[in-house]
Design a protein around this ligand. Structure first.
Ligand code: TTP
Ligand code: MG
Length: 347
């Protein structure tokens, strides 16, 4: 078995180029339209000017005055993502979607009678022919290395990392290229003179564990090519909800708002763990006579933040609350989808 990590090239920008082909050879960024916002991505032409994801728009414009900027259109990208990933999925035993444009695929090579490289080529070609989206593929024997490999050569790259190649891929790697080392950890490590994987390799396991806990032991292992995480197909959950039976029946709005506040926080953190968002919010209440009422609202754009969930559930509560006190209150989000990176909420 091999693990393939598939990642679409300049995904949002490529989607936009598809429906407007004359943008293809021009620098293009997708992002918010006010100067304070950031760009979510840039096509490869714009990257020649130094543009990258999460760059403030004003900076992008300064570096690249001829930049075309388009607003984000999630529903369209999600559609394209489904097209791409449903093709990729046919090649694997299992697929795990990680974000809108990437997935891990567990591949049984024996089925194909091809080298991993040739199979990756075939997947690339089929995806391109059917969707006009280009993808890069990383191939290895674990998730960490497969992900590293897909990022190695882009766009349209195929990179395989074998056990014997570890020394040529890992030691020179800067910390920010190690998936799982965030900017905070990276900064702490820089403070003690660690800049590359080669420096990290000199640190004891116990030191890393004492300094960074679980993450420390993860780092210790992955930079040695050890990663036992399985490819886990995304469970199709229909909804995510939390409810609470009240210690004392009440219809006091302020008291109920406090409970909604805590429930919204719990739903938010669950959504964050799974990296998903939901389009439909449902409020459920049970009155002191055990009568249950539910009320739902479906949004144009999916939500996942505590603030959004709380605000909307309070407004549902105001519409639902009658004159009877409640003995239970709950909220749930359904119509779930993988979400994208956090920055999007600022656009
Ligand atoms: P990435 O795969 O990180 O980037 P990309 O596909 O644009 O470019 P690459 O060829 O290097 O893979 O992210 C996928 C999409 O997610 C991207 O097109 C836009 C969105 N995104 C954000 O909204 N914010 C971000 O900070 C990043 C990194 C991506
Ligand atoms: Mg990508």
């Amino acid at each position: 078995m091999m693990i393939f990590h598939v990642d679409c090239d300049a995904f949002y920008a490529s989607c936009e180029e598809l429906r407007n082909p004359n943008l293809k050879d021009k620098p293009l960024a997708v992002g918010g339209l006010s100067n304070k916002s950031i760009i979510t991505t840039a096509n490869y032409k714009a990257r020649e000017f130094g543009l990258h994801s999460a760059m403030p728009l004003f900076m992008a414009k300064k570096l690249c005055p001829n930049l075309t900027i388009l607003p984000v259109d999630h529903p369209y990208y999600r559609e394209k993502s489904k097209e791409v990933l449903s093709i990729v999925k046919t090649y694997g035993e299992k697929m795990e979607e990680v974000s809108i444009d990437e997935a891990y695929l567990l591949v049984n090579m024996a089925k194909f009678g091809l080298s991993p490289y040739k199979l990756a080529k075939r997947i690339q070609r089929e995806v391109y022919l059917k969707t006009q989206i280009t993808i890069s593929i990383g191939i290895s024997y674990n998730k960490f290395l497969a992900k590293l490999a897909s990022d190695w050569k882009k766009p349209m790259g195929i990179t395989e990392i074998k056990k014997e190649d570890l020394d040529s891929f890992l030691p020179d790697l800067p910390l920010n290229k190690v998936h799982g080392i965030g900017s905070k950890t990276s900064k702490k490590l820089n403070d003690i003179g660690i800049y590359r994987v080669a420096d990290l390799l000199k640190l004891d396991r116990s030191f890393l564990e004492e300094s960074f806990g679980k993450q420390g032991s993860y780092i210790y292992k992955v930079i040695r090519g050890i990663d036992n995480r399985k490819v886990t197909p995304n469970r199709k959950r229909k909804s995510i909800g939390k409810e609470r039976t009240l210690s004392k029946n009440t219809k006091d709005l302020d008291e109920l708002k406090l409970i909604l506040n805590s429930l919204s926080g719990q739903v938010e953190s669950y959504m964050a763990d799974k990296d998903i968002s939901g389009k439909t919010l449902t409020l459920k209440i049970k009155e002191d006579n055990f009568k249950v009422h539910t009320r739902s609202i479906t949004f144009q754009e999916p939500i996942y933040s505590k603030e959004d969930i709380l605000r909307e559930s309070i407004s549902l509560l105001k519409d639902t609350l009658g004159h009877r006190p409640l003995r239970l209150i709950g909220i749930s989000l359904s119509n779930l989808n993988p979400r994208n990176l956090d920055q999007l909420s600022f656009l």
